[in-house]
Design a protein around this ligand. Sequence first.
Ligand code: PMP
Length: 308
Amino acid sequence: ASSTPELIWFNGKMVPWHQAQVHVLTHAIHYGSSVFEGVRVYDTPDGPQVFRLTDHVQRLFDSAKIYRMDIPFEHEEISQACKQAVSLNGLSSAYLRPIAFYGNVGLGLTPPRVPVEVAVAAFEWGAYLGEDGLANGVDVCVSSWNRLAPNTMPAGAKAGGNYLSSQLISMEAKRHGYHEGIAMDVNGMISEGAGENLFVIRNNVIYTPPLSGCILPGITRDTVIQFAKQHGYEVREELIAREALYLADEIFMTGTAAEIVPVRSVDQIHVGNGKRGPITESLQNAFFGLFDGSTTDEWGWLEPVNQT
Ligand code: PMP
């Protein structure tokens, strides 16, 4: 469940929630022309800390660059906006939503050279696929919808329009009683979930689809790869066929919202013994350990919200 923030950072200043509004002719509503991020802030023993903020802000600017969109703020200003949205709302943990979009520019398809609008909202938000999902795993299906094909719309940009694909995948999954759907790419190989990257484990080797234009380069994905290597696991970024899902010892999905969530069944076939597997659990422990202090942050991934 999310609650409404009192203040939202909008085009350079904090404004009351009801003032953070756009016009019905906002370009992004008509044509999907927004780029955004999802960032988590964790309540740690050292106060609220943002996880991998620099990487999320970089990906926001990367997504904008792909679409030739000029964000009229510096990276540092967006980072500060993220921290302010947390601290000025008095939050100790949060899900942050920075978004840049073309506003009210009339009906022309090609966005004219107008200032891009930018907002950052901070919400209180629990586990995306539920606390139960984190411990016991979720049930997923292979979607009848494929993910965006390379050279149609870039899956590597986190753009508003891409989430029409994600909505089709996740609505279909929920309609059929699953927690989430996994999409194949245009060649029929595994790509990702509606809002998560995917990992498949067999015989102690960890497989995940490569960054070859069919997935979002997830920041949690990168985090997990680094933990897995540190723990001595072999990680292979390579194409994965659908049947590997049915033969896996363990499967888990990663995302800022989803965190690290075990998959206990795919298309009603049990993954392993149908419970969270040991490698998944050890990676979850490493990840959540960052936020209670039991994992040392040797990468500098945590950034305090309140500067000293
Ligand atoms: N794929 C898609 C389509 C997503 O929306 C997300 C969530 N941002 C991810 C993967 C995971 O990315 P991250 O770990 O950076 O949140």
